[in-house]
Design a protein around this ligand. Structure first.
Ligand SMILES: [Fe+2]
Length: 503
């Protein structure tokens, strides 16, 4: 956009960052609506998604954020600099009540491999400024700083790890699930869920998402970099599988309707493209994002299509878990993943997914039925598939378990035959509260598992065409605000030479 165009915006009342809002701004009908911050996501070589929601009263029980039932025009700007002295793109979108006045803008036509800033305006109010980034063009790209996180139970701790992640100023952030938790408010915790009951309908999912997004540390992480998000179970209901709900304690009701409400609220509150918009209780969340010639992100959905957990879920010694018909991904996603791993647009194949990938046996031989250990034939087909395609720079990223782990992926876990990939498991942002040093998860039953730590935090990676530097970042407590972060473990992974190495 030209300077002339920017001038038109200014006459319309949009002040430059830092300048006082005087004169041209009309009287506001709405109270300040950008209470949930701003976000970007889904970077390509020429654009990204911009997100915000108008919600002057974000915790209103009807889930409508205190907005009237009228469409509101939301203007947006993408600047070449933080002061918006030159615009790269601008436009407007209409926020409507049927989507809780959320805004998803798919910006295109930008330059590859560069930083941008963005902001919104509605009813004379101006949002916070966010930083976004385009990916390099296919065939190029020399360095990427990527951080990933999961599991941010609001009640069990402050989001200091999100804040520290933002301060690292990564180019890209991956969130691997449990972005919200569906449970009722509990007593004696660091802070309290709203609504207070377990959420099961659209209004309540919207209020819960709003509560989480009111957190300023989470807002800082969204404003720092574009995100790629995938869900796990708690965005809907603990340990659900496809349309099979958790056994036992789940509230009564139609699970199909609950999943529809949860998926809809998730889409509304995330910086996703319209290609991901849900249709009733279905949502196409697995997708690929290319980071030039450097990396391909295969973002997986291990909830929506999975076979029900074997032997009643939990930790089991369960031969059924090895049945060839069982699948965590579903057949279509498995084939899509292997097709994508055969494309080799990027040096690194990075699987952004939820549950523990490597075999992990307890001392008594039991394994988690909710993780890949409960779907071993599916895991073996995928591992064999990437070996058959000659992929030697595969890194699996994992969340879910609220602990930091690192593992070598083996062609055969029983015989410990050759390393074929690497798994990095991030701990939680806050789930399970303050950590401890009381036990180690690294045991002789799993020789390929190299690292375990029970502190809250995230993982930071720095990726080049020849190596990936990995830092496990942790805070000592999440029951106290503003703790410093430290690196508790580092590894190097070499391109073409799978497995963890000392830095
Ligand atoms: Fe979790």
């Amino acid at each position: 956009m030209t300077r002339l165009h920017r001038r038109t915006f200014l006459v319309g009342g949009l002040a430059a960052a830092g300048a006082p809002l005087i004169g041209a701004t009309p009287a506001n009908a709405l109270a300040y609506p950008f209470t949930l911050g701003v976000a970007s996501g889904e970077p390509t070589a020429d654009g990204f998604v911009l997100w915000t929601r108008l919600a002057p009263r974000p915790l209103n029980a009807d889930g409508l954020g205190g907005m009237p039932n009228t469409p509101v025009t939301v203007e947006w700007q993408v600047g070449l600099d933080q002061a918006f002295s030159q615009l790269a793109a601008s436009g407007s979108a209409t926020a409507v009540q049927t989507s809780a006045h959320t805004v998803h803008v798919e910006v295109a036509g930008l330059q590859p491999d560069r930083e941008y800033w963005y902001r919104f305006r509605a009813d004379g109010h101006i949002s916070q400024v966010g930083r976004a980034r385009t990916a390099p063009a296919l065939g190029s790209g020399s360095a990427l700083t990527m951080a990933f996180a999961s599991c941010a139970h609001y009640e069990t701790g402050y989001y200091t790890a999100y804040r520290r992640m933002a301060e690292d100023r990564p180019d890209l952030i991956l969130h691997l699930g449990d972005y919200i938790y569906e449970g009722a408010a509990a007593t004696g915790r660091v802070r309290t869920h709203s609504p207070s009951a377990e959420i099961t309908n659209l209004a309540n999912y919207r209020v819960r998402h709003a509560l989480y997004k009111m957190d300023v540390d989470l807002q800082a992480a969204h404003a720092a970099a574009p995100w790629l998000v995938v869900w796990d179970d708690h965005e809907v209901e603990n340990n659900y599988a496809n349309l099979v709900r958790q056994e036992g304690q789940a509230p009564a009701g139609d699970f199909r309707a609950r999943r529809e409400a949860a998926y809809r609220a998730y889409y509304e509150h995330m910086p996703l493209r319209s290609a991901q918009a849900p249709v009733r209780e279905n949502m196409q969340l697995y997708r690929r994002v290319n980071w030039g010639g450097l990396a391909t992100f295969h973002m997986l959905d291990t909830r929506q299509y999975r076979s029900d957990q074997a032997c009643g879920d939990g930790s089991q010694n369960c031969p059924d878990a090895d049945a060839p018909t069982r699948s965590l991904t579903g057949n279509a996603q498995e084939q899509w993943l292997l097709d994508g791993m055969g494309q080799k647009f990027g040096t690194w194949d990075i699987l952004g997914q939820q549950v523990f990938f490597a075999q992990r046996l307890a001392a008594d031989g039991k394994r988690s039925m909710d993780a890949w250990d409960g779907y071993t034939a599916n895991r073996k087909r995928i591992q064999d598939g990437w070996q058959a395609r000659g992929n030697t720079s595969t890194v699996v990223l994992t969340g879910d378990v609220h602990r930091s782990w690192a593992a070598n992926l083996m062609n055969n876990y029983t015989t410990q035959d050759k390393v074929i990939g690497t798994e990095l498991v991030t701990t939680s942002i806050s789930s399970d509260g303050d950590g401890d040093a009381s036990h180690t998860g690294v045991t002789p039953t799993n020789p390929h598992v190299k690292f375990y730590k029970n502190l809250r935090g995230y993982v930071r990676t720095s990726i080049t065409p020849t190596r990936m530097n990995v830092d496990y970042r942790a805070v000592d407590k999440v029951s106290v605000r503003d703790m410093p972060v430290k690196t508790v473990q580092s590894y190097v992974i070499e391109a073409g030479n799978p497995g963890l190495q000392a830095p």
